[in-house]
Design a protein around this ligand. Sequence first.
Ligand code: ATP
Ligand code: MG
Length: 356
Amino acid sequence: MRTTFTDGHVSVTGYCSMKKEQVVNCQFSVWYPIFKKHTIKSLILPLPQNVIDYLLDDGTLVVSGSDHNTQQTHTNNSDLDAEEDIQWSDDETTTTVTAPEFPEFTAKVLEAINALGGRVFPKLNWSAPRDANWIALNSSLQCHSLSDIFLLFKSSDFITHDLTQPFLQCSDQDSPDPVVNYELVLRKWSELIPGGEFRCFVKENKLIAISQRDYTQYYQHILKQEEQICQAIQEFFSQHIQYNFLDEDFVFDVYRDSQGRVWLIDLNPFGEVTDSLLFSWNELTSGGEIAQEGPAFRYTTSEVTVQPSPCLSYRIPRDFVDLSTGEDAYKLIDFLKLKKSQQEESEEEEEENAAQ
Ligand SMILES: Nc1ncnc2c1ncn2[C@@H]1O[C@H](COP(=O)(O)OP(=O)(O)OP(=O)(O)O)[C@@H](O)[C@H]1O
Ligand SMILES: [Mg+2]
């Protein structure tokens, strides 16, 4: 969920009157228990306040490597003979940048990651850090440790949006903001083929529209199987989703796997915080041509309309910008250190694998 979307769609506000309650209902921990059987296995961990504070503190991007078993050096002077140790001193006083440690939380997260098979997709109450995948060593949202998760979360505007202004675009601004209990959502990593993902718009409990999710690409199979796809999604909706959610207006995302089985991926508020993809919010709310008979189904039909990836515009590395303006050298240093330790670790793994 986010406030702005720089994908060429014109963002016009005021089409729908999304309420704070609707946003509350779309939190992962609200919908997951209802639709557990039809979605990817996930675990929810409450986020302690000190972890929230750390995620919001953009003074330093310090990511602890302690759960990686790498020897990060937060040192006293006696260790300084190690070649790689750098001490940042500020005249007489020595400042050592220390990554905060959250031993209890780290243990819980690692346990959850292991229970989910060692590789997870992380989210907060609403959003995944999709705008930050470029920063990860593997350029993916796949995480193996808490430091992988922290690096993505601290680099993501979508995550900051969840933490600071989840009710920004709601029409009932005069009412007090509902209390949000922040949660770390860990989902079992699943190799989803982007061409199998669709976004479905539900208004007054009626499925009115379906859009290809990755609309920047042309997928021939969608064109070929238009009927079957639309049919499978409609059946999934009427059998498992319709009337089972707390709201009558919402947006749900599905994945149709290679066997044709449909899975629920996410639930989103029916409103402009949710990207309307190949529709416009005006169309979806005005009740015009859409959904006279069954849902309208839209997908990209040729290479000609292929557009650049919507998240490209998020890829300006904030840390480099800050460094260039001289505001915070530590950020870049920590970032580079982290990259280095991850690199070394993956090299070690490779060596171990090679040795076996
Ligand atoms: N468990 C998973 N394993 C691997 N990839 C996943 C997993 N869950 C989701 N994804 C991928 O990440 C994308 C984004 O996931 P999700 O919809 O949960 O994020 P979001 O922040 O709610 O996105 P949006 O802002 O579009 O609603 C999905 O379209 C899918 O491609
Ligand atoms: Mg979503």
